[in-house]
Design a protein around this ligand. Structure first.
Ligand SMILES: [Zn+2]
Length: 135
């Protein structure tokens, strides 16, 4: 009857809201543990808690070519004279720029060996330098 129909709608919109909240968390949260681990210069330790994109990034990092490394060194200004130094074992790699300290969106772009390149969003300078594989 009519009551059943209304109840069904209420339930559907509740489910929809839950799904949206989950999607939002997945979109805004995934990179923080990785960048914290990198800032400490260590191996990610909270892998147990990692899910989704986080896990993919950690697996890629362990695969040693490190394509998703989130690199946000504080010792470089990111200007033309003082670009962010990005170590790489190949002549190109993907760089994730957080642009601003509390930004939840990461700007990904390819960085090639040679001239320094700029983040397409905030204009920070990045320079790729040769880097030996850690043993
Ligand atoms: Zn940027």
């Amino acid at each position: 009857g009519r009551k059943c129909h209304l109840d069904g709608n209420t339930m559907a919109s509740r489910l929809l809201l839950r799904g949206a909240a989950r999607a939002l968390r997945a979109r805004t949260g995934p990179l923080r543990p990785v960048s914290r681990a990198m800032a400490l210069g260590g191996i990610p330790t909270d892998e147990e808690q990692a899910t989704g994109m986080e896990k993919k990034i950690m697996q890629a990092m362990r695969a040693s070519n490190d394509p998703f490394n989130v690199f946000k060194p504080k010792e470089y200004a990111g200007t033309k004279e003082d670009p962010h130094i990005v170590p790489s074992v190949t002549n190109k790699r993907i760089v994730g720029c957080v642009c601003e300290e509390d930004n939840t969106a990461v700007v990904w772009f390819w960085l090639h060996q040679g001239e320094s390149q700029r983040c397409p969003s905030c204009g920070s300078h990045y320079k790729l330098v040769p880097h030996e594989l850690p043993h």
